[in-house]
Structure formats: C-alpha cells, structure tokens
Design a protein around this ligand. Structure first.
Ligand SMILES: [Zn+2]
Length: 730
C-alpha cells in the first residue's frame, strides 16, 4: 500500500484504528524501491564550503574579484552562488522569472561561476522560490499562498511581494523550468534550494483539491491537534507532496547533467517536519542548517545537528552552515559575531563530523570583521583535512530521537533529549544520535547502549527491535512515557516495552509535582548502595522531577536504589515538613537480563535536568549510562572543564576531538573570549588488530607524552583553547 492509498483508507474508517494497524516501516517499504538515485562523483570531495548570497542591488556594486580572492585565501573547495528563483542574477528567458533590477546586460552568476571553476571549486547554484511579485500574482493568482481566511498572502518582511504556494504549480512547473534553464546554461554541480517547503499552511485551490483527492478528507485541517484525523493526514500528505517535488526536480536536472542533483535545504532532528529517514535515502549530501545560537542555545547545538543528520545519512557527507552574524528573531542579517563565538560554533560542528560552510548575505560588506577569523578557521581545518575525513564514529552510546513522537504526541519531547544531550556532554561520553525508524540490527550493531528520552510513540515493530537489541546484550535506558503510545500517538493501555522495564502502567500521571524528593536507599542485605548512586554518597535524599508515571512492578526487583518522597506543602514555611518521609515506591527500575541491562526512570528526569540542571540528576543520568553500558568506554578524558568529546576512525588513523566549551557564557553562547583549560588525560582504546605509529596534537602542533598499556594509549594534553585533536596514526 502506498502512502497515497493509505491516506484514502484512513479517512474512510475510524482513523485511529486503521492508522494504528499500519506501522511506518510498512508504509515506507512500499515506496522505498522507487528512490535512491545515484551519487554525483563530486559529492565527497569538498571539505570547506563558501556561500555568497547576493542581494538584488549587488550587480554593478559588489566586486566579484574580491570574493574570488577570498574563496582562494580561505582554501574553500566548494561554493554556493545565487542564481535564481526570487531574483535571477543571469539573463533568464523564463517568463515571470524576475531579473535583478540592477542586472543590466550582465551575467553576474555566470561570471562568478566561471571564476570559481578556474579555482577548481565545486559550484552549486542557489535558488529560492518562497516569494514573488505583483505581475505573477496578476497572471497566476493560483501560484500565491492563501491564508486560513481565504486571502492571498503578502510577504511578512517585504510587503511588496507575495508568498508562494510550495505545493502547487509555482514550484512544480515554474521552478522546474527555472532549474532546467540554470542547469542547461551553466551545468552547475547541483542546485541548492532554499525555503522550498512552504511558509506555513496554504489553503489555495490546489492545496484544497489535491489534499481532498489524496486523503478523502473534505477540507484541510484547521487545528494543530495531531489526533485530529485531517491534521494527521495533512502531516503525511504535505511530506508526500514535498518528496514528489524533490524527486521531480532531481530527475529533471539529472536529465540535463547526470552528474548533478538538487540539494533542498531541509532536515534536522525530532521536530523537523520532513521524515529524516526518507531524506537520508534521497539525498547524496545535505546541508545542516543550524547557523548560530538563538535564545538559550547550548554551544553543542551545531554538533547535535550533525549527529541528527548522520543518524539517517550514514557516511554521506554532511555540511554544516554557520552564520558569521547574530541569529536572533530580529534577524540582523548584516551583523558580525565575535571571533570566539564563530570559532567555538564551527569547532563543535567539525568535531561532530560536519564540513563547514560559511554563509554571507550581500556581496557588498557592511562589516568586515569576520573575514580574518573565518580565513584562519578554514586554513586550520585545511591543514587537518586528512584527519577530518572520517570513516566511522567509535561511540558506543546512542541517543534515540523520534519524529513520530514530535509529530503525533507534540513537540515537547525535545526537552527530554536536550537534557540527555547536556548530561552526556558533561559526562564526556562520546555518543551518536539514532533515528527511531532505523532500529534494525544493522544500524544498532556499533552501539552498546541505547537511550530513549521519553520516546513516547513506538510501534509494535519498533518495540520488537528494541527488545531484540536488549536480548543481544545491549543496554537500554528509558524515561517517563517511553512506549506508552503507538506510532500514531494513540495512547496504549500499557507500555509497549513494559516487559523490558518490568512494570505495568497504573493509569495515572502525577504532576506537576511541587517539593517532591527521592530517597537514596542502601541495600539492607549488603549494606551497600547501587552504582547508580555513585557520587551521592553523602546524600540521603535529592530533588525529584516534575512529573511521574504511576507504575507497578510486574517482576521481582532487588532493593530499589531510589524511592519516592511525595510532595508536601512549600508554603507557609511553618507547614514545610514531609507528611510521608518514606515510601516503598521505586523511582527507578534496574534489570539485568543475560549480558544486557535495562534502566527505566518512571519520571521526567531528563526534562527536569534540562529545566533545572541539578548536578544530582546529572550524576544519576551519567551513572545510568555507565551501569547499562557495562564495558570499558572507547575513550575517557580526565581533567577540569566542560568538553565535547568525539572519537573517530579514518582510513589510517584514529582521532579524539576535544572541544572546550568551558565558558561563563556557554549556556547562551555570546562568547567574548576563549578560555583555555588545563591538562587533560586522554585514555583511548585502539581498535583490535591496530597499533599506534605516531601520536600528534593537531592544534598544539606537538607530539604529546604517551603511555602504552596493551590496547590502551594514555595521552597527556597540556591545555586546550577551543579545539584540540589527538591524532593517532595506525
Ligand atoms: Zn497552496
């Protein structure tokens, strides 16, 4: 059954029942055979990308030679140049394709492209289809996006323009013609497409008609509730439409230049609206677009984006866009960040396998302070290139992210993931992100432990895959409502993984809890505490989370290390005393089955950690990973500070990246200066059958002190400013 047929079926019968019987993997299998286009030959070559996005009045004002010189100085080996869409920078012949009003007789795109080709660079052409002009609105009113009240939409930032419909003929016909023209005239290596997936819901005649035909629902949804059958059908139909568009564009440009492709700007983590598994199959390479911090953003956010893409892209090259400016809702597109902030952001991306891509809007520079820092960063990574061509990560821990949980249970799931991410960084545990629809044995083989941060929505098939992982000896850690819903966000009577956790759902969720605690228990038979409580020896109780699932054990458990102290009044102060100081309600369930270990926290420890950042919760999270993994880690790094630690294998080497995030500004990111941290001891396990030939510190440009013991190397790193790499030739 194709997704289109499926959409029709669900609208006829009771959606929840029918939908619940069709797990994602089956839907997916029906469609997968049609895809997987070939990989263009250039894709794996570039390691450092440049992007110059021209503004309309650039032609005649900006100096192309300046940019060509800068690309050369930065040792950029690929570039993305503005070509067409909302503004054409070449003499286009496509009707309604708006030439820059400053273009005259010039061909700015063609001139830049020729210059970059002379430098030996890969060149891709940028298009942006999201906005258009009055002449288009008059001639083709049906190309314009329509709001919920039936009105055509003016552009929110440029009110003389119109917002286009992404799912109708503007993209399917007009933009296809634009791409064909660009590919025929210039044969770029690819066409990059910015903002191609729409600007919110569109209620135009095409969207209404096409949705009705595909889904059987009379009208497009007017609610965001994912349990509304029309909304659920829309979530899937919109994706189907966009993947159809992607395949159409890709096929059309390949007809002209078989060694090319389209690169839609898309993707991300759990809250991303397009299925990352499909994206991972369709795209030979992709651009992770997390340009800079916004609001409260941890300094590891760029690396996280890289991990999320890699979960479905595997070894395909992933490029990380970074902005040189301040990225906040106010969108100062001509601004410049501090050098320290740019360096740290890029370093965390590179440490996590991203190939850097700087982006600059406007060929005329209003502030030149970013030029030298980016040149220095690029020259550094050019020197390290051999050690940045990674073959695989050696991490043994996987953090699962779930788009279906975000789509069908609500986006709040992300805070649980962020809590785990922060804890793993603080614990210096190398880890990968794992997509919840890639839980088959082949994808999980490199991993020893999987973490499920409130992965609420899981199908029976996914639960079976997780059960098989545990049976093969894998460690499993889950929190809160993990598996309490099916893959469509429909609540189950009991956990899908209740047998693994050893518990059954009692029907209630307690919270938000005020002033609740956890009692740290000692096993009366041994007089000892469980290793989960390591580092909390002097504590008798610690704070609880904010919400907990009421559960009951279905198996015999040993003495529980954590028990509940229920909420008691937090005001007036005279009344603040525990009404119940001790219960026998466990707040963690620890099981060993064969070589595998399972940890289930029935409360929102990870979300509360992200919210409150209590060090006691951090210790529990770290210890849970250590206990569940139950093996010597591939790398341990000892010393002060906060480091993002990643470990990689290249063809003839192994690298340990150490990104120094230690900074008073780290949790919001307006880093003023890089602050070096002192000596770190790095202990690495060499892959079986290998020997270390030479060890170097790439940033310090030194050979460090090394001690060898069997398959382990101990390396002393005297100090780290922003980014150090221990490079071990094998
Ligand atoms: Zn539309």
């Amino acid at each position: 059954m194709t997704r289109r047929e499926f959409l029709k079926t669900t609208s006829v019968a009771g959606a929840a029942v029918v939908v619940g019987q069709l797990p994602w993997p089956r839907l997916h299998a029906a469609e997968a055979s049609a895809v997987t286009p070939s990989t263009p030959s250039w894709v794996d070559k570039p390691m450092r990308w440049a992007q110059l996005t021209l503004v309309e009045d650039d032609p005649g004002k900006f100096d192309p030679q300046f940019w060509l010189d800068y690309f050369k100085r930065t040792r950029s080996d690929a570039v993305c140049l503005s070509a067409g869409g909302c503004v054409a920078y070449y003499p286009t012949k496509v009707p309604f394709h708006h030439r820059s009003a400053w273009l005259g007789e010039r061909d700015v795109f063609g001139e830049l492209l020729a210059g970059c080709r002379k430098l030996g660079m890969v060149v891709i052409a940028r298009t942006d289809p999201h906005a258009t002009y009055d002449d288009v609105q008059v001639a083709h009113p049906d190309w314009i996006a329509v709001d919920a009240s039936g009105q055509p939409r003016r552009h929110w930032a440029s009110p003389e323009m119109w917002v286009t419909c992404a799912l109708g003929p503007y993209n399917f016909e007009f933009m296809t013609e634009v791409k064909q023209e660009i590919m025929s005239r210039y044969r770029p290596d690819a066409i990059f497409i910015n903002r191609w997936d729409g600007s919110g819901m569109c209620y135009c005649e095409h969207c209404r008609k096409n949705f009705r035909a595909a889904s059987g629902h009379d009208e497009l949804p007017r609610t965001n509730d994912p349990q509304d059958p029309a909304r659920r059908a829309y979530i899937l139909w919109r994706q189907q439409r966009l993947f159809d568009l992607w395949r159409l564009w890709d096929a059309e440009v390949r007809k002209i230049n078989p060694d090319s492709c389209v690169i839609p700007n898309t993707g991300g983590g759990a809250t991303s609206s397009l299925d990352m598994q499909r994206i991972g199959e369709l795209a030979p390479t992709l651009i992770a677009d997390r340009q800079a911090r916004r609001g409260l953003t941890a300094p590891w956010a760029n690396g996280k984006n890289g991990k999320e893409f890699r979960a479905t892209m595997g070894r395909k090259p992933i490029v990380g866009i970074f902005s040189v400016g301040v990225e906040e809702p106010y969108r100062w597109k001509d601004s410049v960040q501090s050098e320290a902030e740019i360096r740290l952001w890029v370093a965390d991306g590179v440490a996590n396998g991203l190939r850097p891509w700087f982006t600059k809007f406007s060929g005329v520079l209003h502030d030149r302070r970013w030029l030298k820092p980016v040149e220095d960063i690029y020259c550094r990574y050019a020197r390290w290139e051999k050690y940045l061509r990674n073959e695989c990560s050696l991490a043994r821990v996987g953090l699962v992210y779930s788009q279906q949980t975000a789509w069908f249970c609500g986006a709040k799931v992300e805070d649980h993931t962020l809590g785990w991410y922060q804890a793993l960084i603080e614990a210096r545990i190398p880890f990968e992100m794992v997509h919840d629809r890639l839980l088959d044995a082949a994808h999980l083989t490199p991993l020893k432990t999987l973490i499920l941060p409130n992965v609420a929505a899981l199908s029976e098939a996914q639960c079976a895959q997780l059960r098989a992982f545990a049976e093969r000896g894998g460690g499993l850690i889950a929190t809160y409502e993990t598996s309490l819903y099916d893959e469509w966000g429909v609540k189950r009577r009991d956990f899908g993984l209740g047998d693994l956790f050893g518990v059954t759902f009692k029907g209630g969720i307690d919270g938000p809890m005020q002033n609740s605690y956890l009692r740290l228990e000692t096993d009366p038979t041994t007089g000892k505490r469980h290793p989960l409580l390591a580092g909390l020896e002097d504590a008798r109780r610690i704070i609880n989370g904010a919400r907990r699932v009421e559960v009951e054990s279905t198996r015999p458990f040993l003495h529980p290390p954590l028990t509940l102290i229920p909420s008691y009044p937090d005001l007036p102060m005279e009344k603040v005393y525990p009404r119940v100081s001790q219960t026998d309600v466990p707040q963690v369930y620890l099981r060993e089955q064969g070589p595998g270990r399972v940890v289930y926290f029935p409360w929102d420890i990870d979300r509360t950690f992200w919210d409150v950042l209590s060090v006691d919760h951090f210790k529990l999270l770290r210890n849970a990973v250590t206990w569940a993994t139950n093996e010597d880690p591939p790398v341990t790094v000892t010393g002060p500070g906060v480091l993002d630690v990643t470990v990689w294998r290249q063809k003839a080497s192994l690298t340990v990246h150490l990104v120094n995030l230690t900074n008073p500004m780290m949790m919001k990111g307006p880093v003023r200066e890089l602050i070096p941290i002192s000596e770190q001891k790095v202990r690495v396990r060499l892959p079986d059958g290998t020997q270390a030939k030479r060890v170097r510190l790439l940033a310090a440009e030194k050979r460090p002190r090394v001690e060898r013991s069997g398959q382990y190397l101990s390396v002393t790193v005297p100090a780290i400013l922003d980014h150090e790499v221990v490079a071990i030739d094998l």
